[in-house]
Design a protein. Structure first.
Length: 135
């Protein structure tokens, strides 16, 4: 049996995520966290990290910090949940996140347009601007 036909090689081809989209919700602990880590190690190109525990609805932004270390080179990392300010976005961009899922901040704001403008406004500390996030 050649290397290309071994069970391990077959499994690698069958379960490879090279060039695939992977979005994980509930990655704050347990199975969701394990799945996010496995998808990253399998080469997923886009990985969403939801920092909200879907059972308790609590948010722990430290998950974004911890899981960015597991990202494969070139993956687009999406930070999901708990993003409340431009400073949050700037910190996540500095960590390596390239996209953001923002819902609660906009849904609970008295003026969602103003809240969005605040999130997309000038970066603090000379970081990337909203325009460069789109590039």
């Amino acid at each position: 049996m050649t290397n290309a036909t071994t069970p391990a090689a077959f499994a690698d081809r069958l379960f490879s995520l090279e060039g695939k989209l992977a979005v994980v919700t509930g990655a704050s602990q347990g199975i969701g966290l394990a799945i996010a880590e496995c998808l990253a190690s399998a080469g997923a190109d886009i990985i969403g990290v939801n920092s909200r525990d879907l059972r308790t609805l609590t948010v722990d932004m430290r998950l974004c910090d911890a899981l960015i270390e597991e990202a494969p080179p070139g993956a687009v990392m999406i930070a999901e949940s708990g993003i409340r300010s431009r400073d949050d976005i700037d910190r996540l961009v500095a960590c390596g996140y390239g996209a953001f899922l923002i819902g609660e901040r906009l849904m609970t704001a008295p003026d969602p347009g103003a809240a969005l403008s605040g999130l997309l406004g000038p970066a603090s500390g000379g970081g990337r601007t909203a325009a460069s996030l789109e590039a």
